[in-house]
Design a protein around this ligand. Structure first.
Ligand SMILES: [Zn+2]
Length: 504
């Protein structure tokens, strides 16, 4: 399958990597942090010599490893698959050790976390590479191939977890194997989670318990999707999320509207009014006073980057089955997904919902609601504003918080962003677009909070790969480019003298 990157199959001479190696002796861009000593231990281009041949030669090994992992149906949402989660962890240890790293399984109250390490020395920079190896469920009926058996069709790798997130994990491992085999002076740590698909319920406890052993200069997360196949994208922000329920109670039981209608208060009608006071139903603008006060304004340069990602409104609508939008202006669409908060109604319950009409006045109605929030909104503050706004006007309304997750904003300029962009350009021949993700990734927030290191989202999946969908797949073009990308990033760190400094 061609994804339009035009990089061929990773044969030497096929990609921009090889042209650069042949034509240029320029050292890797080292703007990130000036070296502490005048002479670095090795130059990036020297370290990367032979990478093209290595990538080509790795293909059978990569495919074997991917087949082994895809063959273990570690569905974290299915309690009956607990043994497969354990097998996934054990096999992950084998893979890490085969690649020359040490590995251990760290137990949690839920599924374990697998940690792999290559230690080059306490004075060397450390990179932590996060992926998850648990997968979504798969319904065999909806698949053209066996979901838990890797089937290879040309460049295409079909199988549950192939792109989310086993393929990207093994891509990074293949790059680390190149670095470890050549004893590059960089500390490499893998953190492979096994319950990302169920919301990472024990990841924070894992990080807290292991904190002394998780010190790192930078974290790379490869679990995100480019916006368009021909344009690499780096996510530098995530929206946060506040979920809550509003319940209005006006009686004890259903009554007949012929007997009570008129004087009886209708909780469904009142709830509809409450919602309309909170959000303009047509524009989506949130009307709760103070709600957007903390929103960091997005700059024109950021918006340019969002649009440059290759975002296309028609493709977006088709991909999600949307027949109309609040706006079709591409700049406004990406702004709203990537940098603006929302107030959504997910469900309304109460009254009679069976066939026909039953003329009850219900005693109670509940709305299931959420707000996506953006930097620098605080989930607790946002919830408090919404709750107080509603209850001040409707003392009978009960507003209950369900879950709260803060937004994330990482670097999109400065040394860390530059190093990531250089690695992407080297691997895929194009400078990446810096975009933000409309959703949330709990593990990113946890690592940001506790590890106090910049988290860079170096995703490799394409929109066509079918994240969480039937017939999920990955492909060799993304894997081969990804090995070059991670190798370049590792070489960038390995050519550093001393520790990586603070983010710019
Ligand atoms: Zn994932």
């Amino acid at each position: 399958m061609s994804d339009g990157t035009g990089l061929g199959d990773g044969q030497p001479g096929a990609g921009p990597y090889d042209r650069r190696m042949a034509d240029s002796r320029a050292p890797l861009d080292d703007r990130a942090v000036p070296p502490a000593r005048a002479v670095p231990p090795a130059r990036g281009d020297e370290l990367l010599r032979g990478l093209g041949a290595y990538v080509s030669a790795s293909r059978p090994e990569f495919e074997r490893r991917l087949a082994e992992l895809v063959g273990i149906p570690g569905v974290s949402a299915d309690p009956a698959r607990a043994a497969d989660i354990a097998r996934t962890a054990e096999h992950a240890v084998t893979l890490l050790r085969d690649a020359g790293l040490s590995a251990r399984i760290v137990a949690t109250a839920g599924n374990p976390v697998v940690v792999g390490e290559h230690q080059a020395g306490a004075d060397r920079p450390t990179v932590t590479i996060y992926n998850h190896l648990d997968v979504q469920p798969a319904d065999r009926q909806e698949w053209h191939t066996e979901p838990f058996r890797l089937t290879i069709a040309g460049d295409r790798y079909n199988g549950r977890g192939s792109t989310d997130d086993k393929g990207p994990a093994l891509t990074a491992l293949q790059a680390a194997q190149f670095a470890v085999g050549r004893e590059w002076p960089v500390n490499i740590r893998f953190v492979w989670e096994l319950e990302e698909e169920i919301g990472s319920p024990n990841f924070e406890a894992f990080v807290r318990a292991e904190l002394p052993r998780l010190a790192t200069d930078v974290v790379l997360v490869s679990d995100s999707i480019w916006i368009a196949a021909d344009r690499p994208a780096i996510d530098y922000g995530l929206r946060g999320l506040v979920t809550f329920e509003v319940t209005v109670t006006t009686g004890r039981n259903d009554t007949h509207s012929g007997l009570t209608g008129g004087p009886a208060r209708n909780p469904l009608t009142e709830l509809a009014g409450i919602i309309a006071e909170c959000v303009d139903p047509v524009t989506g603008r949130v009307l709760v006073p103070g709600f957007a006060d903390a929103v960091a304004p997005v700059t024109d340069a950021e918006l340019d980057g969002f649009v440059a990602s290759g975002f296309d409104v028609e493709t977006f609508m088709a991909a999600h089955g949307l027949t109309s939008l609040r706006t079709t202006d591409v700049r406004e669409v990406v702004r709203r997904i990537m940098a603006e908060p929302t107030f959504e109604v997910h469900g309304l319950t109460g009254g009679y919902t069976g066939p026909g009409v039953k003329t009850v006045v219900p005693p109670r109605a509940t709305a299931k609601l959420s707000a996506r929030i953006v930097p620098h909104q605080n989930p607790q503050v946002v919830f408090g504003l919404i709750r107080d706004f509603i209850t001040a006007r409707h003392p009978d309304a009960h507003v209950e918080l369900e879950a709260a997750m803060p937004p994330y904003l990482g670097p999109h300029t400065g040394p860390y962003a530059d190093a990531a962009a250089d690695a992407v350009e080297y691997a895929f021949g194009r400078r990446p677009a810096f975009v933000r993700e409309g959703g949330s990734i709990g593990a990113v927030l946890t690592m940001d909070e506790y590890l106090k290191a910049p988290v860079i989202l170096l995703g490799l999946s394409l929109p066509s790969h079918g994240y969480h969908a039937p017939n999920e797949h990955y492909d060799w073009t993304q894997a081969a480019g990804g090995i070059r990308m991670f190798a370049h990033y590792l070489a960038h760190l390995a050519t550093r003298t001393g520790q990586v400094g603070q983010a710019g």
